[in-house]
Design a protein around this ligand. Sequence first.
Ligand SMILES: Nc1ncnc2c1ncn2[C@@H]1O[C@H](COP(=O)(O)OP(=O)(O)OP(=O)(O)O)[C@@H](O)[C@H]1O
Ligand SMILES: [Mg+2]
Length: 279
Amino acid sequence: MTATTTTETDTAAHPAPAPDVRPAAIRAEGVSLGYAGEPVVEGVDIDVSPGEILVVLGHSGCGKSTLLRAFAGLLRPLAGRIVADGADVTGPAAERALVFQDDALLPWRTARRNVELPLQLHGVARRERRRVADEWLERVGLSRYAERLPGQLSGGMRQRVQLARALAGSPGLICMDEPFGALDAQTRGSMQQLLVETWAASGCTVVFVTHDVDEALVLADRVVVLGRHGVVAEHRIDHPRDSARPPAAEQRAEILAALSRTQSLAPISPRTDPRKDVA
Ligand SMILES: Nc1ncnc2c1ncn2[C@@H]1O[C@H](COP(=O)(O)OP(=O)(O)OP(=O)(O)O)[C@@H](O)[C@H]1O
Ligand SMILES: [Mg+2]
């Protein structure tokens, strides 16, 4: 983790509870994704094991958020299948949470009531909802802001409320789209630590998108680099999350090289042969 000291915005010291979580397997099989019938990414084959932390890297616009939307059941593939625990994903489900890249809090609900939302969907009684929501707000360092509306919070605070909301629902799969991008380095380190602690306590599966190779290397069991025509590189991290044995410099260099290769891929056009897209 990049930060270990405590500040008033840091997470609570006590460990996360071990909620009743069934880690999900999720798989993309020959998937093409796009909008209005136009593909933005194609040929995606990714198999995420239950309890794994998979980090997805890729240049801006290559389809990372689009892939997470499909994993969360918010976007149907143009071709291929998304399969969760052996069944085709055909829509959203409480077991699969998505922390959006853009602000996705309900603006008319306070921070606390936003965090309560997945619990409400699970039918949890009001008093218990409030207790769990307050616990998560404490973990993300926002107890004092429970009554604030999203519009009265900073971008980084809103990201943390989103994180609390996703984790409060104890999902089997949590898809996170650059969740810590708006945070300062110290809070980012604390949130990474919170994610790893929650993951270790619950065993949930995590698919995490970032542009930060170092963040990928501290969080991941496995890193994939996505290009417009599918996965272009894959690295299993030898000693995941072991701060005593930092990831190998060669893996970092290889991932950076794969990223720079994908930069040169032109957009998919239905009128061109994709194999000619490489500049
Ligand atoms: N709702 C939408 N309607 C039409 N096109 C979209 C929509 N959302 C995304 N796109 C297009 O799909 C492509 C992939 O977008 P996506 O948001 O998945 O990229 P990304 O890899 O997450 O990028 P970034 O790293 O910048 O977040 C882009 O060309 C984008 O313009
Ligand atoms: Mg994105």
